[in-house]
Design a protein around this ligand. Structure first.
Ligand code: TLP
Length: 379
């Protein structure tokens, strides 16, 4: 029953008398809509978007297209659907999609490029998530007696699992120029492209200029509760609209979501540097903790660090941190990812630092000792 006291439901932090709600650094997807977003949602003018009659959705799509200097935009419920639809409009069944080995489109979208578009990924391993035209060119395949032809090049900017890394502008341009000369399209998974733009100090339209389509998320660093956009040519977006419907993404009075999205799009990019500064603060301190190693230089709002030197698994590190009221997820057996965002300001990040330092110091103390205490004992 709701509200009933349950000691088992309490975290160790709460049992110690720390009543603050857990600090959630698992992702920038966890942010709650701001008061301004909630007001705009309540007041949004709406219509049936499947008929193209929702004025707020139409406004959001138009603004996205303007900001990215593309002909048209399409509002979708998620980034996954945006990438799925983009792969579909640019490819035919039986083709390959060239992408980086740790990209979201390969690892976290339930094989949608195979399921919906009949394509397979041709992955390129990189140390930092950043592809170059040289590496891509070597993987392009023509149709042959044994080969599936390349249908599309997909790049992720920022690259999530490489630690929020950013494509240098000239690398992006070389990829797009090379691809176009080879008769191929480029789709950018720009879930966090505003973070990339903030890092480089350039407008997103410059990062998007030569790409054929860009997907970006309103529901990550920009703080909206729901939604992503795909931008590109009017013809491509008209095709994408039909695929969105096929996937069940035709929403009706979606203006309530688009209203929050407009605030995210117009007002939130300007504050992303705060998240980047907080990520640098956390990374700088983590680097000095015994047994901890950053896997990449931190450029944006994502910090990935390896704890194997502390003699503790990523899972155990995460559990011990959770018992101190801070949530972050492992990305594999030895590394964890933390993501800064709108709902975790400087004070919260300092609180996270204290917890991280305690867990790292506890692990270091036990390293070489007889037994690592379980998270529950530390609580
Ligand atoms: N990323 C999520 C998880 O799915 C891993 C996160 O917490 O970072 N492209 C990129 C680069 C992403 O990071 C994500 C989400 C998506 C696409 C998909 O967006 P949604 O969650 O809206 O489908």
């Amino acid at each position: 029953m709701r509200g009933r006291y349950s000691p088992r439901g309490l975290s160790a932090a709460a049992r110690r008398g720390d009543e603050r709600p857990p600090l959630d650094l698992r992702s920038d997807t966890v942010t709650k809509p701001t008061a301004a977003m909630r007001r705009a949602m309540a007041q949004a003018e709406v219509g049936d978007d499947v008929y193209g009659e929702d004025p707020t959705v139409n406004q959001l799509e138009q603004r996205a297209a303007e900001i990215f200097a593309k002909e048209a935009g399409l509002f979708l419920p998620s980034g996954t659907m945006g990438n799925t639809v983009a792969v579909k409009i640019h490819t035919r069944h039986g083709q390959e999609v060239i992408c980086e080995a740790r990209s979201h489109v390969v690892n976290y979208e339930l094989a949608m490029m195979a399921w919906f578009s009949g394509c397979v990924p041709r992955v390129i391993h990189t140390p930092d998530g950043i592809l170059t035209w040289e590496r891509i060119r070597a993987e392009i395949r023509p149709l042959g007696p044994h080969w599936a032809p390349t249908g599309l090049i997909e790049i992720e900017n920022t690259h999530n699992m490489a630690g929020g890394t950013v494509y240098p502008l000239e690398v992006l341009e070389q990829i797009c120029d090379g691809a176009h000369e080879a008769g191929l399209k480029v789709h950018v998974d720009g879930a966090r492209i505003f973070n990339a733009a903030a890092c480089l100090g350039v407008p997103v339209r410059q990062l998007a200029a030569k790409a054929d389509s860009v997907m970006f998320c309103l529901s990550k660093g920009l703080g909206a509760p729901v939604g992503s956009l795909l931008v590109g040519t009017a013809e491509a977006m008209a095709a994408a609209r039909l695929y969105r419907k096929r996937l069940g993404g035709g929403m009706r009075q979606a203006g309530v979501l688009a209203a929050a999205g407009l605030i995210a799009l117009e007002e939130m990019p300007a504050r992303l540097e705060e998240d980047h500064a907080n990520a640098r603060l956390l990374a700088g301190a983590l680097e000095r903790m015994e047994g901890i190693r950053l896997t990449h230089p931190v450029q944006t709002n994502i910090v990935i660090f390896d704890v194997s030197g502390a003699g503790i698994t990523a899972q155990e590190f995460s559990a011990r941190l959770a018992s101190r009221g801070v949530r972050i997820n492992p990305v594999n057996a030895t590394s964890l990812r933390l993501v800064t965002h709108l709902d975790a300001g400087r004070a919260e990040c300092e609180r996270a630092l204290t917890a991280l330092a305690e867990v790292a110091a506890g692990a270091a103390m036990n390293r070489g000792g007889e037994r690592l205490p379980a998270a529950a004992e530390l609580g």
